[in-house]
Design a protein around this ligand. Structure first.
Ligand code: 5AD
Ligand code: SF4
Length: 439
């Protein structure tokens, strides 16, 4: 019998990318192979994101578009996974009755059983927070060849309850995986050709998992253990909270050879009044002091962040405080968003900022960030840095990779293969990438 085809569309964060990969692996055991188009699929899974309004709306309109496929092929099964599944549950099937399966982020290890029920014609909704560990159920990763970079989830969930955020509700309480399992998975990835691992967690630097010696390990301790794996060349982690930037982690940025000089450290706002209303439990000054300490440990580190503009009751003066913090930090990159009301979160009850005002603030903030990102890229010209090559470029003989600082770098040269880590002299800065030559 031909294998059945599975199409997964992934929305949102890197953890969803990781989850989609694990779901595909779990379905592999049921005879499904992945396909890159929904048109000939036997099963379609939308792995969804709930962080901002448009994300959920996109899912509903995507489901609307899938109606024709379902009409043409009544055997086609359609599932919704991820954070919208968690938040909306049965509501999804009420709005789109053709959906067969709704599975939250904490139960996708049960997918094979759910798919069995679905193929027998029973609809399934599973949005539990179960006691068993999904990663333990999905223990063995298949040995297929893969890209030189990979994500690895080490921590999940969040106990911080920022007033705007759904993550504590959709992903649940903070949980850290035991170090032994993480190290085992990292070794398996390296055997499959992976050279760079990005450790994932909604609050990754709050990691406090069981160490291989029975003691509780911090993220820094875990990074030092990963540093000893032969064949692993680069370690990154994301996303961090300022309050969990511990001394050993700051020190690791200066001392740990494989830990890359890039840190995503969201602050959300530069106004203490707004930070307080956001329930961030740190001030702008705390954040700036922290950045100073991190740069003292690793002077060339590139800082990235997240910002929300138009948070309820944000005044012009609050917004100017954010702009001034951005000028003080000097970001290499940042993500910024207009505040979006998430039902059930504390901020959802508060008066909104006028939409046109919020849009104008977002534009000003983004052009400042773009200016900073540009100048950081231009400063790379003339420098010699590490590049991990990932794939062929668009031009003949060209290879593309990522620099230590996570910029895309193009190099035209003979004899570079995907997975090679080489020293490159940066020769030019384009709008979205750098150009370089092998040293
Ligand atoms: N509205 C706008 N942006 C949000 N984020 C999280 N929740 C919201 C919301 N309700 C942003 C934050 C966070 C990033 C992942 O998404 O900046 O760091
Ligand atoms: Fe959401 Fe705040 Fe937790 Fe980040 S720290 S996941 S923004 S609640």
């Amino acid at each position: 019998m031909d294998p059945k085809k599975l199409f997964i569309r992934t929305y949102g964060c890197q953890m969803n990318v990781y989850d989609s990969e694990r779901m595909a692996e779990a379905m592999g055991g049921q005879g499904y192979v992945e396909t890159d188009t929904p048109d000939d699929a036997d099963m379609i899974l939308l792995n969804t994101c709930h962080i901002r309004e448009k994300a959920a709306e996109k899912v509903y309109s995507e489901l609307g578009r899938l109606k024709d496929l379902k009409a043409a092929n009544p055997d086609l099964k359609i599932g919704v996974a991820g954070c919208v599944a968690q938040a909306e549950g049965e509501e999804i099937m009420k709005r789109q009755p053709m959906v067969d399966l709704v599975v939250g982020p904490q139960t996708y290890h049960r997918l094979p059983d759910m798919v069995k029920s679905v193929s027998e014609g029973t609809k399934v909704v599973d949005t539990d927070f179960p006691l068993e560990d999904k990663f333990e159920v999905l223990k063995n990763r298949p040995k297929a060849r893969r890209a030189p970079t990979a994500f690895l989830t080490v921590q999940e969930g969040c106990d911080k309850f920022c007033a705007f955020c759904v993550v504590p509700y959709t992903r649940g309480a903070e949980v850290s995986r035991p170090a032994e399992r993480i190290l085992r998975e990292a070794r398996e990835l390296v055997e499959r050709g992976v050279r760079e691992i990005t450790l994932l967690g909604q609050n990754v630097n709050a990691y406090h998992g069981e160490g291989t010696n029975g003691a509780t390990w911090s993220l820094a301790r875990l990074i030092w253990a990963l540093n000893d794996i032969d064949g692993l060349e680069r370690i990154r982690f994301t996303t961090s909270h300022p309050n969990d930037m511990s001394d050993d982690l700051i020190a690791a940025h200066g001392e740990c050879e494989k830990l890359m000089p890039y840190l995503h450290l969201p602050v959300q706002s530069g106004s203490d009044r707004i930070l307080k209303r956001m329930n961030r439990s740190h001030t702008a000054e705390d954040y700036l002091r922290l950045i100073k300490r991190i740069r003292a440990a690793r002077p060339d580190i590139l800082i990235s962040g997240d910002f929300i503009v138009g948070f309820p009751e944000e005044t012009d003066a609050d917004f100017e405080d954010t702009m001034s913090l951005i000028r003080d930090v000097g970001y290499g990159q940042a993500f910024s968003f207009k505040y979006s009301t998430r039902p059930g979160t504390p901020a959802a009850e508060r008066p909104l900022v006028d939409d046109a005002v919020a849009s104008e603030r977002l534009q000003r903030l983004q052009s400042l960030i773009n200016e900073q990102a540009r100048s950081v890229m231009e400063d790379m010209v003339g420098r010699e840095i590490g590049v991990l090559f990932e794939k062929k470029g668009r031009m003949e003989g060209q290879m593309v990779g990522k620099s230590d600082y996570l910029h895309a770098v193009h190099v035209t040269a003979e004899g570079i293969a995907a997975g090679d880590l080489r020293r490159v002299r940066i020769t030019g800065a384009g709008p979205n990438s750098l150009a370089g030559a092998l040293v």
